[in-house]
Design a protein around this ligand. Sequence first.
Ligand code: CDP
Length: 217
Amino acid sequence: MKMEVGVLKNANGSAIVEMGRTKVLTAVYGPREMHPRHLALPDRAVLRVRYHMTPFSTDERKNPALSRREIEISKVIREALEASILVETFPRTTIDVFSEVLQADAGTRLVALMSASLAVADAGIPMRDLIAGVAVGKADGTLVLDLNEEEDMWGEADMPIAMMPSLSQVALLQLNGSLSGGEFRAALQMASKGIDELYRMEKEALMSKYSAYKEVN
Ligand code: CDP
């Protein structure tokens, strides 16, 4: 695992997160004036998210155009992220989030969501909590935390879950395949342990940037 914030000069906030062989870079711009203006909302900021896989991120070259899958994942990430941001603080503005998958080995939506959450925090945008997430699944009849691509593709179930840990709230939960009630509860417990560890690392990544500032000044 590797997490670093403030990695891009021209964005208001940025972060790169590596989880195993999955790597995602996110840039955040805003809150800034919304164009086209008629899409702005009078009571809150509009959050726009683009999740995109680079052509070199997968085994076979990926077409750089946005696929249906990427449009759907962008929506899922936006809905999760929006719950964590105090969007009502910035009416008539937009917050733009660009997540680029540099290398994919399963779990890209969660790594993108974590890098987006860190990049929003790095931009100084007020938030309810950071978001941390991991996938739990079932492969060969066994529950496994943080699936890789083979486990994701050939396993019996894949359940990405993301939380706002301090609020004990679920920000994202999807399930592909099937789990029994007991397996579901065990999977949630496994995920929750992983999420606590990820949350701790996120806070460390933010603190290490700002403690470096403190030392310089
Ligand atoms: O990445 P995530 O697990 O959130 O989403 P998925 O749709 O379950 O995709 C699982 C994995 O399949 C991705 O992480 C990639 O490693 C791989 N994949 C790929 O190689 N090429 C694509 N066009 C889409 C997915």
